[in-house]
Design a protein around this ligand. Sequence first.
Ligand code: FES
Length: 138
Amino acid sequence: MGGTNPYLKDPEYTLPQRKYQITFRHEGGETVVEIDPAKIPYGRDGLPGSILDIALAHGIALDHACGGVCACSTCHVIVREGGASCNASSDQENDQLDNAPGLTPKSRLGCQCVPDGTSDLVVEVPDWNRNLVREAPH
Ligand code: FES
């Protein structure tokens, strides 16, 4: 699944105008990726240019059970640095985040958080959120 949720109003966000970097901290260490505004959207999951969109395009494992339409909390990330350059979280995002384990003041849904590129980011992918939702083997 991907795209947008037809029952929710799209949150407001500003796409970057210049290249910037996100350092992803995850179970396996750190991965630094450079975001090129010309390549946004990278894929179909999450808002264009969202942390989920960027993570999946760069091989960063980030669960996204609802396909990035703000209908779960499996894409929970913690924006450790650079959060001020991201769009404000919507009421719908905050409602979903309430269900996320390990919630922090810097928590966001990766599929709804769109940096504007005015600063670099450090984003933590919580270990408990990776590979949390998987189909059972057939
Ligand atoms: S993937 Fe479901 S809310 Fe982000």
